[in-house]
Ligand binder design. Structure first.
Ligand SMILES: Cc1cc2nc3c(=O)[nH]c(=O)nc-3n(C[C@H](O)[C@H](O)[C@H](O)COP(=O)(O)O)c2cc1C
Length: 374
């Protein structure tokens, strides 16, 4: 039984169930000598907590990380980094009636179909709390990426049917994202989103949405064709997040309706002082820039040096307090209104998870890239 470890050189294994004693991760393959503190990890975990917006669950725990190994005197040792976050706010009784009932849209029945048993409390391992280990590991990867001048930024680009204008539009403010309860990049949309989410909450319903993400500072050539293409690795990472249902890069699905002459990003000689490759190109290969970025920063599964741009679609939160019909373990049709503390829309809380998974992929690809040529 596997599926809990991700990566080739820079690897992460996550552990923990929603109402178990703790969740966390073991990161292996992280280079030695990177500055890393408990606060670096705590900062990322706080971004994952439900904000002041009505979209988040009322289960709001301090999520303080404990670093158990791999860090000494403020820097990584090159040994496995184990990070644990204790679960402190169980309300397991809320889930008693789910022991023998299968929630529509959730993982309850498929987990029983595979393993024959499951921890029904808070969704067990298929809970959003599983992402704690990802975000903690992502903080380690981010420290590595920061040392290479790579930065990541994700945001809510669509929520409950409200599309938020993207980075190409005026008014996009990366500084607003972390302060906004819905992780919106524009302050002028917050109230409209709040109203929509409040209305859903009153109806006992939930909504889906889309997270956008941009990674800057990638050297050209990151990715391992053919099975480890950059897009393939990012897509796998994103689709491993609970409730993620789709990923698109650059122009994405819209590219299917364009002509080649409209879709191709025109290569340009790199302007002096605007060297995307940062001097990392093989001899004789000229540096390039691109007039547009419909490719989303990837060609042939390899980074182009332009920002890596992608979007991840999330379905509506399955656990809703609205009455639904389902089936119980005895095979009888039953009515169900899910109790417990649940998000109304996952996207605001998935934003740091998307960043963490992207950071883990890039960290791994950076280390793999070093073996490409001598
Ligand atoms: C950050 C995050 C928070 C989540 N919160 C909830 C929640 O409160 N209630 C719920 O039913 N599902 C929640 N989910 C979604 C479930 O984990 C997911 O839908 C479930 O495991 C079924 O898997 P699937 O949707 O990928 O098929 C959350 C997911 C993430 C990533």
């Amino acid at each position: 039984m596997g599926g809990n470890t991700f990566g080739t050189i820079f690897t992460v294994t996550t552990f923990g169930e929603s109402h178990g004693p703790a969740a966390g991760c073991v990161v292996d393959g992280c280079p030695a000598g990177l500055p890393l503190s408990r606060e670096d990890i705590g900062r990322e975990l706080r971004r994952r907590r439900p904000g002041g917006g009505a979209a988040g669950t009322s289960r709001n725990e301090p999520d303080e990380p404990e670093i158990l190994s791999g860090v000494f005197e403020g820097a990584t040792l090159g040994t496995p980094i184990a990070i644990m976050i204790r679960n402190t706010s169980h309300h397991s009784a809320d889930y008693d009636d789910l022991r023998g009932l299968y929630r529509p849209g959730h993982a309850d029945w498929t987990w029983e179909a595979k393993y024959g048993r499951r921890d029904h409390r808070g969704g067990g391992r298929s809970s959003g709390r599983e992402t704690l280990g990802r975000v903690a590991a992502g903080a380690v990867a981010r420290a590595f990426l920061a040392s290479r001048g790579i930065s990541l930024r994700a945001w809510t680009s669509s929520i409950a049917g409200i599309d938020i204008p993207g980075p190409e539009e005026p008014g996009f403010d990366p500084g607003a994202i972390d302060e906004d309860p819905f992780r919106l990049p524009r302050r002028d949309y917050t109230e409209k989103v709040r109203e929509r989410i409040e209305a859903l909450k009153k109806e006992g319903d939930s909504a889906g949405g889309i997270a956008g993400c941009m990674v800057r500072g990638l050297t050209p050539g990151l990715g391992e064709p053919v099975f480890g293409k950059l897009e393939a690795r990012i897509a796998e990472a994103m689709l491993s997040i609970g409730a993620a249902k789709g990923v698109e890069f650059g122009a994405g699905f819209a590219a299917a309706g364009l002509r080649g002459s409209d879709n191709n990003d025109r290569p340009l000689p790199a302007a002096p002082g605007n060297n995307t490759a940062g001097g990392d190109l093989p001899p004789g290969v000229p540096d390039l820039n691109f007039a547009s970025n419909r490719a989303g920063g990837v060609l042939g599964g390899l980074s182009t040096g332009a920002p890596l741009e992608f979007r991840v679609a999330f379905k509506p939160v399955p656990s809703i307090s609205k009455q639904q019909l389902t089936v119980d373990r005895g095979g009888a049709v039953r009515e169900l209104a899910v109790r417990g503390r649940h998000d109304i829309c996952i996207v605001p809380r998935a934003v740091p998870v998307v960043e963490a998974m992207a950071a883990l992929v890039i960290a791994d690809l950076l280390l793999l890239h070093r073996s490409a040529r001598i």
